[in-house]
Design a protein around this ligand. Structure first.
Ligand code: ZN
Length: 154
């Protein structure tokens, strides 16, 4: 199986069966995001414990396969990580989607990087980039306690 097929398979899998979908009770941070161009909506919930570790994370939402797959992969990826590690992963991912060819963080294992790289195919399509990055911007907003709804368009 070549890399492109593998990436496709990961996105289809997460798009059809998103992980961490739903809401849990004792979250202490959350934020909403909206991508009106495609109709993607996400609401990210997370629980940071006293050591600033992401104890639990989940999301509610609906939208295209890319937005759902991205939120699914993201929530899988940051559970159990410390806040500063999460921020590093987010910025590495956004950098990769926008310009870099690969991920540089050493926080993630190779198989985790492969999952994130599965979204790299959207790079050439600015509309799709918004779908892929929506949940990531929303996660950042939740960590920063922003009350603003994250919007891809003004
Ligand atoms: Zn979308």
């Amino acid at each position: 199986m070549d890399l492109k097929d593998l990436y496709q398979e990961i996105i289809l899998d997460h798009g059809k069966n998103p992980r961490n979908l739903g809401k849990f009770d004792n979250y202490n941070k959350d934020a909403k995001g909206n991508n009106p161009l495609c109709g993607d909506n996400v609401h990210v919930y997370l629980r940071l414990n006293e050591n600033k570790k992401v104890e639990d994370i989940a999301f509610e939402g609906h939208g295209c396969a890319i937005s759902m797959a991205s939120a699914s992969i993201m929530t899988d990826m940051v559970r159990g990580k410390e806040e500063k590690e999460v921020k590093e992963i987010v910025s590495d991912f956004l950098g990769m989607i926008k310009e870099k060819d690969s991920l540089v963080t050493n926080i993630l294992k190779d198989d985790e990087k492969t999952k994130l790289m599965s979204l790299s195919g959207v790079k050439q399509y600015p509309m799709r980039v918004k779908c892929a990055t929506l949940s990531w911007h929303t996660l950042t907003s939740a960590l920063d306690n922003s009350d603003q709804i994250v919007k891809t368009e003004e």
